[in-house]
Design a protein around this ligand. Sequence first.
Ligand code: AMP
Length: 387
Amino acid sequence: MIPPGSTLGVLGGGQLGRMLAHAATRMGYRLHVFEPAERCPAGEVASREYNANYKDIERLREFAQSCAAVTYEFENIPVEPLWEIEKLVPLRPHWEVLEICQNRMREKKWLRKNGVPHVPFAEVEVGDDLAKAIKRIGLPCVVKTADFGYDGKGQLKVTEAADVEQAVVAFARERAVVEKFIDFKCELSVIVARNPQGEIRTFPVAENIHTKHILDFSIVPARIPSAVADRAGELAINIAESMTLEGILAVELFYTDDGELMVNEMAPRTHNSGHWTLDGCVTSQFEQQVRAVAGLPLGDTGRLAPASVMVDLLGDAWDWSDGQLVGSPAWGKLLEDPQVKLHLYGKQEPRLGRKMGHFTVTDSSPDKALNHARQLKSRLSERASAL
Ligand code: AMP
């Protein structure tokens, strides 16, 4: 067990690192951040920020030596330099878990090998016949780059035979996976934590609504039968056990009209769909990450409110005119509401599609919380205030 008073390290300095820093410092730890970009959201609230490339072994060593354990909040980190960290301090989760999750092909093969229900797929190596793979999976399908894809980046939906050629050109030089397009009833996620002693806990299942591939609303509890929520939780626990996870992992799933659950993606870190836990759960996902990484007993994951809805605030919520920023959202509309908590990530520059913050609405039922959240979101962009 790594006791409070020690220093934990995080690779990546975005909003997930920032919220981890809040949780770690509240529990008496110091948090050191390693992030290439200066003045990152996590660096602003951490005890120390190391700015260097992830391949800068010397700086990584220096960083690791200052920490009792290291975790990460970002998946697109090369794994080889992490071997150096592991020689010095525990890296949690282990680099092998990161290696599986950061590549869609490896991830899907892992799911298949471990008997976890997943979206039917075909692997396409560079030079393989993509058109043939598409034919095997059938239309409609989604072609996704194997490496470093997230939030819908590097993917193309192929609906008709006429679109196949476009996909063949777009993915000519890439390793890819072709996935069956799933006409799902809803998207779900489960966040699971496991500490090095083997204790495991899941958070309540979230129902996620994406817009343009980016998370828009997370609704908790998910509006699904409790037996399905239990099954989703069991799936996440099985995954965590099979990986001998040490840390936290998010599992995204599709729930179909036939009552099937299929894993779409996994991320060995805290997750956007778990932000509601900051305001609606006894233990936040960030505190749970600290506990799991430090080898402390895991926290209670019970809900504090009957329902919570988290809304992502992208740069789009700011007031733009002809591509120029002219105003910020009317924060007063959120702040005057007693059922709302606002979180902003301290990013200097709003941009379209950039995650700038989120807010959580608690209410007496998931439907009420969602309606409430939708109303607030539209009022927020209706009237922006002058900068
Ligand atoms: P991903 O980057 O794989 O998480 O994809 C982003 C979003 O695109 C998902 O959350 C889904 O809304 C949608 N999506 C991705 N893959 C599929 C699929 N095979 N079938 C249907 N929708 C998908």
